[in-house]
Design a protein around this ligand. Structure first.
Ligand code: AMP
Ligand code: MG
Length: 410
């Protein structure tokens, strides 16, 4: 071993990236549930199936503005005996030879079995001439046409978006059971860091990871407490972290995990719990560190390089945060894409290369975002996907179809 290797040696074995990812999930608890009013439901994860207690529509409901009558009276002139507007039903029977005016959403009264559109009748006084040829059931929604009582309408594990929330509201549910959001304490480490907005001195850089990771954490559903830039003194750092963990489920740090720098994070996590992963066969992100702490809390020590911190977040942290909330879908979706460039492999590490996608006659073609340096956030900004290049000396040649982890589609 030469001097350089000696300095960079680590006590932690290099763990396979997929193995590390499944190990993280194995140690990740599902947090409890809580009931939230619909106003707080957007983006939350449903943790129980929703079964319809009523059919929808609950009553026969007119689809158009027009006249309700018996289809058997088609082609006749009918006496208009009343009106059924939305929310104001007509409470009598529609007898043979009569019709009522009906508005969209109005209840189809007993006796009537079809509705004709306003445009298709001739009205004179209180007599309406309706066309022949309408069939029973036309132009209204029968009870249960949209969904039936007893039907499962939402599955546990879905993220609540507009349609899901609308459906729950239509069924009269004012609250929904959702997974608790993970509370995450976020810490940046490094003597070179200054608050964003302050002018960096010589050798200093803005603490950009804090804001990048805050955005990533929020997108993943976490409630974030910002701890700022950690002190470089081990005891003070430990006090800060222990204090924050009292009210957090997860600790996420950036920086201070690579060998040969002023690495405080690994010894800190060793002193607080069990470090399961200290290095991974992943590029970028080799120094990624994962520990479990007492009371089922988790700690993720992300590398300091901006791209490394965000890629390891994608691969390890995001799925864990989703599992905590009860998500059925932990991973990003994948799609087959055609590589538009020759991808070189790294001998001993799986590489997640950042690409943009474009559509080309029915397929997606991936172009590299340029230099894949772990300090170069420009490789990730605007990237549509991460393409996984397995370790080895082969690489993947241009034109090959690969599975891409989709971040957004063009
Ligand atoms: P480290 O993992 O602490 O060795 O840091 C690796 C590289 O990432 C160094 O160039 C750091 O300056 C940079 N870095 C560490 N923390 C941050 C941060 N919070 N924001 C931006 N860059 C960082
Ligand atoms: Mg550092």
């Amino acid at each position: 071993m030469n001097e350089l290797e000696d300095v960079r040696a680590s006590a932690y074995p290099l763990v396979d990236a997929d193995f590390a990812a499944s190990l993280v999930l194995d140690h990740t608890p599902v947090l409890g549930a809580e009931r939230v009013p619909l106003v707080d439901a957007p983006g939350r994860v449903l943790v129980e199936d929703v079964v319809a207690s009523t059919s929808l529509p609950a009553f026969p409901s007119s689809a158009v503005d027009g006249y309700a009558f018996r289809a058997a009276d088609g082609g006749e002139s009918l006496r208009v005996v009343g009106e059924s507007a939305a929310g104001q039903p007509f409470d009598h029977r529609v007898e043979p030879g009569t019709a009522i005016r009906i508005l969209t959403g109005g209840v189809l009264p007993a006796g009537a079995d079809c509705v004709v559109m306003m445009e298709d009748v001739q009205l004179s006084g209180d007599v309406v001439a309706v066309p022949a040829g309408l069939k029973p059931g036309q132009n209204f929604h029968a009870p249960g046409a949209d969904l039936r009582a007893g039907e499962r309408v939402l599955r546990a594990g879905v993220q609540l978006g507009s349609a899901e929330i609308g459906l729950a509201a239509a069924l009269g549910l004012a609250e929904l059971p959702v997974g608790r959001r993970p509370r995450v304490a976020l810490l940046s480490t490094g003597d070179e860091l200054v608050e964003v907005g302050k002018t960096p001195g010589r050798g200093q850089i803005p603490d950009s990871n804090r804001w990048a990771l805050l955005a990533a954490l929020r997108e993943a559903g976490a409630e974030v407490r910002l701890l700022g830039i950690g002190p470089d003194e081990p005891e003070a750092l430990k006090r800060l972290v222990v204090d924050a963990l009292a009210a957090a489920d997860v600790l996420v740090t950036s920086g201070g995990v690579s060998v040969g720098t002023h690495d405080l994070i690994k010894p800190l996590l060793e002193s607080l719990g069990d470090v399961h992963v200290g290095r991974v066969k992943l590029k970028p992100g080799k120094p990624f560190t994962f520990a479990t702490l007492p009371h089922q809390k988790l700690a993720f020590g992300l590398p300091g390089f901006p791209v490394s911190s965000l890629v390891t977040f994608e691969v390890f942290v995001r799925p864990a945060l989703r599992k905590m909330q009860g998500h059925a879908q932990l991973q990003r979706p994948t799609l087959p894409v055609r590589l538009g460039y020759d991808a070189r492999a790294t001998a001993d590490r799986t590489e997640y290369q950042r690409v943009t996608l474009r559509r080309d006659v029915g397929e997606l073609v991936a172009s590299t975002t340029g230099s894949q340096s772990s300090s170069r956030l420009m490789s990730l900004a605007g990237a549509h996907a991460l393409v996984r290049i397995p370790p080895g000396d082969q690489g993947i040649s241009k034109g090959t179809i690969v599975e891409a982890m989709i971040l957004s589609l063009p």
